[in-house]
Design a protein around this ligand. Structure first.
Ligand code: GDP
Ligand code: CA
Length: 326
């Protein structure tokens, strides 16, 4: 069974580990990056940022490290056994910004990427090269090779300005009220090589519990991707439980785009043309959305077994709904 997963970082990566287990493709093999992989991930690159001359792709790296066994498990992002000497030395030179958690091990990844990009390789080729080390057991594609960056329009009293999503999220902890979230450059972006083919060949599409605005929303915003996905059987896992994001600050993003923080409102926002099925938590069992098959079950990714069970439920619902479609 071939499954396509548009994913962000932390929530997306945790879910993907469960999905990989549910599909029995847990043991990474040397064939990882071939098109035979059961799972193709379309990774969000809207969080990407250039700092100190390095191109940093937080969501692609979080997926790669999590599935490749290099992640800081408690934190959910960044490398295990990380040190921050480079960050301290940069600060000693007065280099800005100081709010980005640039680890030493992580920096090596960004140096490889920067060097390959400077040599003319597209991001998709760079990602493939990085995955040769990490062997994530999925095919990891960036949503686009073009530069698309999420910016947030804020008004902090000094007037209205747009700041990079990372500055809003990390430096300001999403506490500055956002007037608008803009995907800069998305209009002219093209899906990365392999993305539309993977969708065309997929038996099902699963939306993981990633941020519905700045992760899944960014991927869907690339012209051509959402249009290709609507032809498929699509099942989503709600990132909202009982009217609140489970971890993180997704509510601030939803508020900025005028969507309520509820499992039903997120499904409506994604749209009944896109979503065939929607998994919600037992706390939201009374959720009804016109045109979408809603099922409830426990949705906390509390440990690998619970996460695998959620992934299996999503796959089962996709199989059931795709039979109905035929
Ligand atoms: P990303 O969007 O994948 O980069 O990861 P984030 O961690 O930024 O966002 C994940 C989204 O999934 C947030 O809206 C969280 O509330 C949600 N989430 C996090 N953990 C869980 C979980 O255990 N279960 C469910 N259903 N949602 C979760
Ligand atoms: Ca993210």
């Amino acid at each position: 069974m071939r499954i396509v997963v548009p994913a962000g970082g932390v929530g997306g990566a945790r879910f993907l580990r469960g999905l990989r287990a549910a599909l029995g493709t847990d043991a990474p093999t040397p064939g990882d990056q071939t098109t035979d992989s059961a799972i193709t991930v379309i990774g969000n690159t809207g969080d990407d940022i250039t700092l100190f001359g390095l191109r940093i792709c937080p969501d692609l790296d979080t997926v790669m490290y999590t599935l490749g066994g290099g992640i800081n498990e408690e934190q959910g992002w960044g490398r295990a056994d990380e040190t921050f000497t480079v960050k301290e030395e940069l600060a000693a030179y007065g280099m800005r910004p100081t709010w980005f958690g640039l680890g030493d091990r992580d920096t090596a990844t960004h140096i490889v990427r920067a060097q390959m990009l400077a040599a003319g390789y597209p991001l998709s080729a760079v990602t493939e090269a990085l995955c040769e080390r990490w062997r994530p057991g999925v095919r990891l594609l960036p949503m686009t090779d073009d530069q698309v960056e999420t910016h947030v329009v804020v008004d902090d009293g000094d007037g209205r300005r747009a700041i990079h999503f990372q500055e809003w999220w990390i430096r300001h902890r999403a506490a500055l009220p956002a007037e608008r979230i803009v995907s800069v450059g998305v209009e002219s972006a093209k899906p990365a090589p392999g993305v539309l083919d993977a969708i065309a060949e997929a038996d099902a599409v699963i939306l993981p519990p990633s941020n519905p605005v700045v992760s899944v929303g960014s991927v869907l915003g690339v012209p051509g991707i959402r249009e290709a996905l609507v032809d498929k059987t699509v099942v989503g896992v709600s990132p909202i439980i009982g009217g609140a994001p489970v971890r993180g600050m997704a509510d601030a993003c939803l508020t900025a785009i005028g969507v309520q923080t509820s499992a039903a409102a997120v499904a409506e926002h994604l749209g009944a043309d896109l979503l065939d099925g929607w998994l919600v938590d037992e706390a939201d069992a009374d959720t009804r959305v016109e045109g979408i098959e809603v099922r409830s079950r426990p949705l906390y990714m509390s440990d690998p077994a619970a996460t695998e069970a959620i992934a299996r439920a999503a796959v089962d619902l996709a199989v059931e709904l795709s039979k109905e479609r035929r």
